[in-house]
Design a binder for this molecule. Structure first.
Ligand code: GLN
Length: 483
């Protein structure tokens, strides 16, 4: 099945001329036709995908193929795509067609990748289940009664279901890794500053980072190579960092692996705990040493995140006022117009975050909440610094449980927020985190997370590759929906 292959497998077939990009894209579009009514991964399919495939086929014939040339890649619908609607799954932007590409998207196009479509998300990337989308509910391809995770649930589900070969997501507190874990694909949140955020609609600017979804570690590494690098258009993108993530000679011999004891407590589903222990055993078998480590302030990460992220969001989202950006609903006077536009444009979770953030930043409470949260953020970062003085990588759960049921947590935002307890500290410290598929429980995928020091993506990917090999991992796409 073409749609179930990895990009590196397809690349071999493409450069040998055994298949054309047009055939790959057609196979994926057909798969979308077959399963999309069940999965709802996409908000928009790119009408130009086949035309882009023709261009890719010319690149291949001219000997200019990159590992991504001719490969269908899905893009989360909070990244600007020139001429293709970019909605952030919000009524606020339901008709917005950007005049430019996000840098990450531009880099994909330069590499000859095919932008196959724009994927569903929680509105403005706020959520953990795709249930906050204003348009549709994406389902978990492994079990349609479960959520795919979020906020990049559409991208994760598209890759898992064979509706794309790879995808881009964004991760502010876990939105790549958590859905990757829930849908059984590889997801990587890069070091803050590795990938340009230019053209990514901002949620919480000090935390947001674009990263890859893929079927295996090699594909994730190749996709990361393409999208990373300094961009003068994003002042937080860092120059002078390597973007070669080759996995040659990957080994964990002598590697010091830490498992944070604070992550292995009662809140963790025993099924996930077992997976972590098995992963630890495999790494030891391969020559690593595994020991307990400690992140004492991680228990405050969630609380601090839910001050900092909403604070930044309240400021970033101020531009959607019916004048400068977004939906305009007319009113009796201009204030009334602002109010109606924001009332109708934003959904309940986005409003909740704006209210939280505005409150935390208000003059009387700034020190008590926002400043305090920044101090906590610093302590969390220091915890990681201490750990990485003695360890090379951290092994941890990605999520406390496997995918939960649709509707199960919608009325309880706090329990929804908890699904990011193991991913949020990583964003708070700006570190890279990789979620890897690690088996199934009752038909639902389990993810394990590897966390590295700043700029240690290559090491993470190499450890990931070793784990993949040690488990004999073969990417699988569910049969479902082939009708
Ligand atoms: N689920 C978290 C939130 O709702 C993280 C979202 C994200 O990483 N974009 O804020």
């Amino acid at each position: 099945m073409i749609y179930a292959k990895t990009a590196h497998e397809l690349h071999q077939l493409l450069i040998k001329g055994e298949i054309s990009s047009k055939e790959v894209v057609s196979a994926v579009l057909e798969r979308i036709d077959g399963v999309e009514t069940d999965i709802n991964a996409y908000i928009t399919i790119n009408e130009e995908a086949l035309a882009q495939a023709e261009r890719a086929d010319r690149m291949i014939r001219d000997g200019k193929a990159t590992p991504l040339t001719g490969i269908p890649v899905a893009v989360k619908d909070n990244m600007s795509t020139k001429g293709i609607r970019t909605t952030c799954a919000s009524n606020m932007l339901k008709d917005y067609v950007p005049p430019y590409n996000a840098t990450a998207v531009e880099k994909l196009i330069e590499a000859g990748a095919i932008i196959i479509g724009k994927t569903n998300l929680d509105e403005f990337a706020m959520g953990s289940s795709c249930e906050n989308s204003a348009f549709k509910q994406t389902k978990n391809p492994w079990d349609l009664s479960k959520v795919p995770g979020g906020s990049s649930g559409g991208s994760a589900a598209a890759v898992a279901a064979g509706e794309a070969i790879m995808a881009l997501g964004s991760d502010t507190g876990g939105s790549i890794r958590q859905p990757a874990a829930f849908t059984g694909v590889v997801g990587l949140k890069p070091t803050y500053g590795r990938v340009s955020r230019y053209g990514l609609v901002a949620f919480a600017s000090s935390l947001d980072q674009i990263g890859p979804f893929a079927r295996d570690v090699e594909d994730a590494a190749n996709l990361l190579s393409v999208i990373s690098g300094h961009d003068p258009l994003d002042s937080t993108s860092i120059p002078g960092k390597e973007s070669d993530f080759s996995l040659d000679g990957a080994s964990v011999k002598g590697l010091r692996v830490g498992i944070p004891k604070e992550f292995m407590t009662e809140g963790l589903d025993p099924v996930i705990r077992d997976a972590i222990n098995r992963a630890a055993q495999l790494l030891e078998d391969e020559g690593a040493s595994v020991k307990e480590c400690s992140l004492p302030h991680s228990e405050y990460a969630l609380s601090a995140y839910y001050i900092i992220a909403p604070a930044e969001a309240s400021s970033n989202l101020a531009r959607f006022d019916g004048v400068r950006y977004g939906l305009r609903v007319s009113g009796d006077n201009h204030t009334d117009m602002f109010i109606r536009s924001r009332q109708e444009g934003f959904g309940p979770e986005v409003k909740r975050r704006i209210m939280l953030g505005t409150y935390a930043l208000s003059a009387g409470y700034y020190d008590a909440y926002y400043k305090k949260a920044l101090q906590v953020r610093n302590l969390i970062k220091q915890d990681f610094d201490h750990v990485f003085a003695d360890f090379d990588v951290i092994l941890s759960p990605t999520t406390p449980s496997v995918a939960f049921g649709l509707g199960e947590k919608v009325d309880d935002p706090l329990s929804m927020y908890l699904s990011d307890v193991y991913t949020i500290p990583v964003n708070m410290a700006g570190l890279p985190g990789l979620s890897l598929p690690f088996g199934f429980n009752n038909g639902l995928p389990i993810g394990v997370q590897l966390i590295g020091g700043l700029w240690q993506e290559r090491k993470l990917l190499q450890v990931g590759k070793v784990l993949e090999q040690a488990t004999g991992y073969v990417p699988v796409v569910p049969e479902r929906g082939d009708r």
